[in-house]
Design a binder for this molecule. Structure first.
Ligand SMILES: [Zn+2]
Ligand SMILES: [Zn+2]
Length: 498
């Protein structure tokens, strides 16, 4: 969305280089702390004009420069009167130059990649910290501060949930990076496979909720068999419901497969209607009339065969729509015993799917989790390897961003109309979706994080309460690392033989 406001702007001939927001103001009268204090990009040639003469005797005494990351120290020793002036471009936080620490913190908190961010500064010729300094800051100060802030936020959430009445509705989904690329730690390295990973995640969640004293009434997940079995056996009293999105995805996939066969191509024409119908079947029903979900779902097969009344479904003997108009009757209806009809019947009326559909969640869905998972990707791109604690810290940041922004309203245009955007999701194969445009995101958590880092480094934080996540062995620890000279030799000889 970075180019969103970048309209086709044609610069005028005599364009000034100044920002349009140039302001004249009094400097802050008091030091407001390292985070709030305004920083500037200062050129050395400009800076040194201030350090040419002795401030006492005005003898020519050019200053000497010492650089430490983003910080610069200037010393003027006057050979005439002996006066020594020392000037620092930055205050310190603990023993660290404030700018160096804040830069590390800002890189992490914004979800940026350190190597790229630091290269950017290098490219413009800005004195900056070394990569290793970032990693040192991250480990010693940033990660503990993030863990502390997250745990604080989590306790607040639990407290506010305790104040609500009635059992919780919990929806969850697993997310894993498949090992293979550079993902060093998939969440799956502790368990057999990614579907077991979901179960282990859920088991840990239950332990967490039990410990916190929270009672779950309804649990919404995808239809993972191990999860369903375990919930039945060990999570007594919880209503287990399935998320529509996952079931819709599975059905759409099977329809695509059916439509890829020559004799049943026209089944694909009904794909969108069938999926919409699935959503409608669940969303138009209530918990009290759960039997209706399956009944509503089953009419779709008859509908697409142009049969709308006298259906063999006791709860739903006819389609809920009005009698079809002339122009609606020209659709490509499916013949009753055609390959498409028979194939669709297997998909739509199978025993397994019928059971799952009768357990669909009627109102709460995990779709907001999808949004959360795509947000995590902004903090944890899949092509980058992160340490275990690094992954935790970035996941916590994504969670804080999500919690602060998930309730955002739809943006409104100047004329009062709601703002929408047209998107083409990959899963929809060229069909568009309308997505509401939300109001601008807020970043209160970043300000809190920066203050928390300052707090940590100045020693004002009780670090004894912070339990850092413990790293399991990395995914590739089983693979034997080759001896480097041997690996190179074999590579070279292979190359020669080509
Ligand atoms: Zn002097
Ligand atoms: Zn119908």
């Amino acid at each position: 969305m970075d180019d969103d406001d970048d309209e086709d702007y044609v610069p005028s001939e005599d364009e000034e280089d100044e920002e349009m927001t140039s302001v004249t103001r009094e400097p802050a009268t008091a030091y407001r702390g390292p985070v709030e204090d305004q920083k500037y990009i200062v050129f050395e040639s400009q800076l040194m004009t201030l350090f040419q003469t002795c401030e006492l005797c005005f003898e020519k005494t050019p200053g000497k420069v010492r650089v430490n990351g983003t910080a610069v120290y200037i010393t003027q020793s006057c050979t005439s009167c002996g006066h020594v002036k020392q000037w620092n471009s930055q205050p310190k936080i603990g023993k660290i130059a404030a700018g160096n620490l804040l830069l590390s913190a800002a890189i992490l908190v914004s979800g940026s990649m350190p190597t790229k961010a630091l290269r950017m500064l290098n490219i413009m010729g800005l004195a900056t910290i070394h990569r290793n300094t970032f990693f040192r800051h991250q480990k010693a100060h940033l990660q503990p501060a993030i863990v502390k802030l997250w745990k604080d936020e989590q306790s607040d959430i639990i407290r506010s949930l305790e104040e609500m009445t009635g059992p919780l509705v919990l929806s969850g989904d697993g997310r894993s990076d498949s090992p293979g690329h550079s993902a060093k730690f998939g969440t799956s390295n502790e368990v057999k496979s990614s579907s077991w990973c979901e179960l282990v995640g859920l088991q840990r969640t239950k332990v967490f909720l039990d410990t916190a004293g929270l009672q779950v009434g309804t649990l919404i997940t995808d239809r993972n068999r191990q999860v369903a079995k375990w919930v039945r056996e060990f999570w007594i009293g919880v209503n287990h419901r399935f998320d529509i999105w996952h079931i819709a995805k599975g059905i759409a996939k099977q329809i695509d497969l059916l439509a890829s066969r020559k004799e049943s191509v026209d089944a694909g024409l009904w794909r969108k209607s069938i999926i919409n119908h699935l959503y409608w079947s669940a969303a138009s029903s209530t918990e009290e009339e759960r039997d209706m979900i399956l009944a509503k779902w089953q009419i779709v097969l008859f509908h697409l065969q142009n049969q709308h009344t006298d259906l063999p479904i006791p709860l739903m003997p006819s389609c809920p729509h009005d009698p079809l108009e002339e122009d609606e009757r020209t659709k490509v209806w499916l013949e009753q015993n055609s390959a498409s009809s028979v194939g669709l019947e297997k998909i739509l009326h199978g025993t397994m799917i019928s059971k799952d559909i009768s357990l669909l969640s009627t109102d709460h869905q995990t779709s907001s989790l999808e949004a959360y998972h795509s947000l995590i990707l902004q903090f944890l791109p899949k092509h980058t390897a992160f340490s275990y604690t690094g992954m935790h810290a970035r996941t916590y940041l994504a969670a804080m961003h999500y919690n602060e922004n998930s309730g955002r309203m739809q943006a409104v245009r100047k004329d009062g109309m709601l703002r929408w955007s047209v998107v083409f999701p990959k899963a929809k194969k060229g069909e568009y979706s309308l997505r509401p445009v939300k109001t601008e995101a807020t970043y209160e958590y970043t300000a809190k994080m920066m203050e928390m880092v300052v707090c940590k480094v100045s020693g004002d934080m009780d670090v004894t309460q912070i339990v850092m996540p413990q790293s399991p062995p990395p995914l590739c620890h089983d693979a034997t690392r080759p001896e480097m000279s041997q690996a190179v030799a074999s590579y070279v000889s292979r190359f020669k033989n080509k």
